[in-house]
Design a binder for this molecule. Structure first.
Ligand code: PDD
Length: 286
């Protein structure tokens, strides 16, 4: 079946879907995006993603190209036309097409693109498999809370991880504290059993999965603290994991080659993974 993309009001065959060469996303990374997980035909945390999209747009002063209700309708139509049961929907909004010049162009309509793709259905046993992370310097700007398409440091970091045989790279700020992964939030469980993830600021993206996990942890009486932790704390941790719409809750069992815990998914990570799996099923309830 051929894939279909939504491009500025039209549903186009994926292979022929295109935007203009002077789209400001292409020239300036002047745009924002979202990745939403689809589980059994339903979007997980759709409202959270749309809220964050609005926030990102507001922070860079792009007017939303459409209201929430038609946006939701287009998302559903993209999923329907691509027959997505398990997968992702990618939403990108840029400032639009204009002659290349740094200031905001006048009277330009923002460009909206959506694509979707299928992934394997969620498999709890496979999700338990631990991965490696490496640490790298965080070379990004100071507004990482905005989900912009300007991802070059993330791309370079992820490539370093891949070349080191690792799944993710944890970025480290100038004072030795972990900010986040190149496409995920970073978590540890300390020797004292405290669940830690960095507090929200311009240093990290406020992950929608991160928020869901904090809410699930709270409801399940799992103690947590939102604070920065150092690489040394991470390497001494009992457990480590990452969260994102694509990684879900993924155990990290080695950091820079050093084993974390016993090298397998830890107890709290396991609990949170199961809670998150239930949260996904909840979203998929008819
Ligand atoms: N990335 N931090 C960064 C830098 C990210 O790019 C992402 C998500 C996250 C986690 O956010 P969420 O839980 O809302 O997915 C944290 C997406 C999946 C991506 O770029 O593909």
């Amino acid at each position: 079946m051929s894939r279909i993309a939504y491009v500025n009001g039209r549903y186009r065959p994926h292979a022929h879907a295109a935007v203009h060469i002077e789209d400001r996303g292409y020239q300036f990374a002047d745009g924002v995006y979202e990745v939403v997980l689809v589980h059994r035909g339903h979007m997980v945390d759709e409202e959270g993603h749309l809220d964050r999209l609005d926030r990102s747009l507001g922070e860079i002063r792009i007017t939303p190209p459409m209201a929430r209700a038609p946006m939701r309708a287009v998302m559903r139509e993209v999923l329907r036309r691509n027959r997505i049961q398990n997968g992702f929907i990618y939403i990108q909004i840029t400032r639009g097409v204009a002659r290349r010049d740094h200031p905001f162009p006048k009277a330009v309509k923002p460009a909206l693109v959506m694509t979707a793709r299928t992934i394997k259905p969620f498999d709890l046993q496979a999700a338990r498999t631990g991965v490696d992370a490496i640490t790298i310097p965080d070379i990004r700007w100071k507004r990482c809370d905005i989900k912009t398409v300007g991802l070059l440091p993330n791309v370079l970091g992820k490539q370093r991880a891949r070349e080191a045989g690792a799944y993710e790279a944890w970025m480290v700020d100038e004072t030795g504290f972990v900010t986040e992964g190149t496409s995920s939030n970073a978590w540890i469980v300390t020797r004292d059993g405290d669940l830690l993830t960095r507090n929200l600021s311009g240093a990290i993206l406020g992950g929608i999965t991160r928020r869901a996990i904090l809410d699930l942890a709270h409801a399940a009486n799992v103690r947590f603290v939102e604070r920065a932790f150092t690489v040394a704390e991470a390497k001494a941790a009992r457990e480590a994991f990452v969260t994102s719409a694509s990684s879900l809750v993924k155990p990290v069992v080695r950091i820079d080659g050093q084993s974390i815990g016993n090298g397998h998914i830890g107890e709290i990570t396991e609990r949170l993974l199961c809670l998150y799996a239930a949260h996904m099923d909840e979203a998929a309830k008819p």
